[in-house]
Design a protein around this ligand. Structure first.
Ligand code: HEC
Length: 183
């Protein structure tokens, strides 16, 4: 059940969305032409046709959230969001260490979000996460490890910054695709 082929197209779509966030110089080769812009659909478009005519009062909230819902329990949500805040902490640590020119610290911070960090994901939660989510999550942990390796090796700043940009593209790609809803 692990890497069922029918999912590959949607995985590519999510990864492609992530690549689009990396901008023109995204390090991920797009597997096919994907003309849509994931950034675009998150953006509210004033006057985009089907908006109800608003009066002079407060602006009517738009039902613009088209992200796929992931239904999980409150405890599972806590777990996911805690991991997310950890990601952000380590991103901050990496950026600060890059600014300080301390590659050993870059490696330490990056590794704290690497593959070694996952694993205690509760099985019940794992079962509720779509394949694309899991792939993107793994890819993100893997990229943190790759960044740690670069920091321990050549520690080329341009390269490390590009790797961080690709990591952040994964964050944004996933955030554009999914949202968490309590069961
Ligand atoms: C595989 C999917 C996925 C990846 C990859 C991902 N996130 Fe998230 N993240 C989410 C989802 C889903 C939410 C909840 C969004 C919602 O429900 O509106 C979230 C929420 C968050 C939050 C809010 C935490 C809170 O306490 O409310 C932060 C911060 C965050 N992510 C940071 C990151 C960073 C930084 C990265 C990349 C290093 C990242 N995320 C990668 C899916 C992902």
């Amino acid at each position: 059940m692990k890497y069922a082929t029918p999912c590959l197209a949607s995985i590519a779509a999510v990864l492609c969305a992530a690549a689009a966030f990396a901008g023109q110089e995204g390090t991920r080769p797009a597997p096919g032409e994907m003309p849509h812009s994931p950034a675009g659909h998150a953006m509210p478009m004033p006057g985009a046709g089907d908006m109800p005519a608003a009066g002079a009062g407060a602006p009517t909230p738009q039902p613009s959230d088209e992200r796929q819902e992931i239904r999980i329990s409150a405890g599972e949500r806590d777990f996911v969001l805690n991991e997310m805040r950890n990601f952000l902490l380590n991103v901050q640590g990496v950026v600060a260490a890059l600014a300080d020119d301390k590659p050993a610290e870059v490696a330490k911070q990056a590794r704290a979000s690497g593959m070694g960090h996952r694993g205690h994901v509760p099985r019940s939660l794992m079962m509720k996460l779509p394949q694309e989510w899991r792939m993107l999550g793994m890819d993100t942990h893997g990229r943190f490890d790759a960044l740690a390796l670069e920091a321990e090796g050549l520690a080329d700043r341009k390269q490390m910054t590009a790797q961080l940009a690709a990591i952040l593209a994964n964050c944004n790609g996933c955030h554009a695709a999914y949202r968490l809803v309590s069961e």
